[in-house]
Write a protein that binds this ligand. Sequence first.
Ligand SMILES: [Fe+2]
Length: 205
Amino acid sequence: MALRILFKKPCFPIPSHYGSTVPLRQFKTFSLPELPYDYGALEPAINGEIMQLHHQKHHQAYVTNFNNALELLDQALAKGDASSTVQLQSAIKFNGGGHINHSIFWKNLAPVNEGGGEPPKGPLGLAVEEHFGSLEELIKKMNVQGAALQGSGWVWLALDKETKTLSVETTANQDPLVTKGASLVPLLGIDVWEHAYYLQILPVD
Ligand SMILES: [Fe+2]
């Protein structure tokens, strides 16, 4: 996840007894990660225009709003403003989740000439067969659960790192998978938000 560290002047009055030796406070802000391929590299499965909008407009908005909410949170904490601290939690969860989820999503995709569209091999391929019967059954299960999502959300192929099991999970809105369980690791995330495909209607068989 793209992360950069900024050093800022304190955003609250410094008690005079700190003198001039008060260290600058450290903030971590997030930035839009680069895509590991060109916007048009996934065509014809996903066209370049929707990829560019999805990345530059939608993901960027989550990053911007996440950083803004963290800045406000920092100010609220510095002032001891409990009400604002609590009020900001939903914006942090939504926009921080949007940044986390999309950062995974871009890495889940790959152009055909870089292995995109190939069925999983090795231990993952075996685990898919063991847990779901076949790759086709896994795809069917993820499609069914994605279609059943009310509103917007995500469908996940999850690994429980404690039980070493695979499962299909869904999360609402931009909730990241970790909200379903601290031991769940996302292996594959499918964005079921309309903004992921609204310029393109894929054929349904
Ligand atoms: Fe999205």
